[in-house]
Write a protein that binds this ligand. Structure first.
Ligand SMILES: [Zn+2]
Length: 215
C-alpha cells in the first residue's frame, strides 16, 4: 500500500477506486484535519447492496454521515482522505471515534470480509496504527455494528494479524527462511523458483516454518 496526502494510491491485490465525497458537501465532509489513531469497523447494514451503491449514497447525503472507505468483494472505494475526520462513530462532534478514527464500511456481499482483512492489514502496516486500536463501531456508541463480524470479532483480528505478517515479509526474506529452516541447498532453491512457487506461497511457507520452529 502507498498513501499520499491521505489518499491510497496503491493497494496490493485489491482494486482501489477514488470516489471522494465532494468538498461542496460540507455536512458529510467538514474537512476537519485528523491524525488517525484508530480504525473503526462497520457493516453497512444493507444486505446485498454493493460497495459502489453504498459509495454513491455517501457522496450525496445531506447530513452528518460519512466514512473513509467502502469495502466490496474485491475492491475498495475511498470516500475521504485519512487526514480528514468523518461522521461514522456516533460519538458526537468531538468524540474520539469521529475525530481520530478511520471509518471502514464493509458491504454485506460475498467476499467483502476477506477483502477487508487484507485491506486493514495493509492499512495498519502503512499507518502504524496499533493493532489493538482496530475497534468495532460498538466501542464508540454501543450500536451493534459491525453486525456480521461482532460474533467472531477475535477471529477477525487474528486474521488481520496473520495477513500483516505476510504483507510485511519480502520474498527474499521468505526464501532465506525456507532455505535455512529446511536446510535446502542452492540447487533446490533454484528448482523451487524454477517451478514458480508464487511469491505469496513462498511467504506463507516461510511463516509456517517460523511457527514450526517456535513451537
Ligand atoms: Zn457502524
Amino acid at each position: 500500500m502507498e498513501i499520499k496526502n491521505g489518499i491510497v494510491t496503491r493497494l496490493d491485490g485489491i482494486k482501489i477506486i477514488q470516489h471522494l465525497i465532494p468538498i461542496s458537501n460540507t455536512l458529510a465532509r467538514p474537512q476537519y484535519p485528523m491524525i488517525p489513531e484508530y480504525i473503526t469497523i462497520h457493516n453497512t447494514g444493507n444486505p446485498g447492496a454493493s460497495a459502489l451503491a453504498n459509495s454513491m449514497y455517501v457522496d450525496n447525503v445531506d447530513t452528518y454521515k460519512s466514512w473513509h472507505f467502502t469495502v466490496g468483494s474485491n475492491e475498495v472505494y475511498q470516500e475521504l482522505p485519512i487526514t480528514e475526520s468523518a461522521w461514522h462513530a456516533g460519538d458526537g462532534k468531538t468524540g474520539t471515534g469521529n475525530r481520530k478514527s478511520i471509518g471502514i464500511e464493509i458491504a454485506e456481499v460475498d467476499g467483502a470480509e476477506g477483502t477487508a482483512i487484507r485491506f486493514v492489514a495493509q492499512l495498519v502496516n502503512a499507518t502504524k496504527i496499533k493493532i489493538e486500536n482496530i475497534v468495532p463501531h460498538q466501542r464508540w456508541s454501543g450500536k451493534y455494528c459491525p453486525r456480521l463480524i461482532l460474533p467472531h470479532w477475535d477471529k477477525f483480528i487474528e486474521n488481520i494479524q496473520k495477513e500483516m505478517e505476510s504483507d510485511n515479509m519480502t520474498v527474499q526474506e521468505a526464501e532465506k527462511i525456507i532455505q535455512e529452516k529446511a536446510g535446502l541447498d542452492n540447487n533446490t532453491m533454484q528448482y523451487l523458483r524454477f517451478y514458480r512457487f508464487s511469491d505469496a506461497l513462498l511467504i506463507k511457507l516461510a511463516i509456517a516454518m517460523n511457527k514450526l520452529n517456535q513451537a
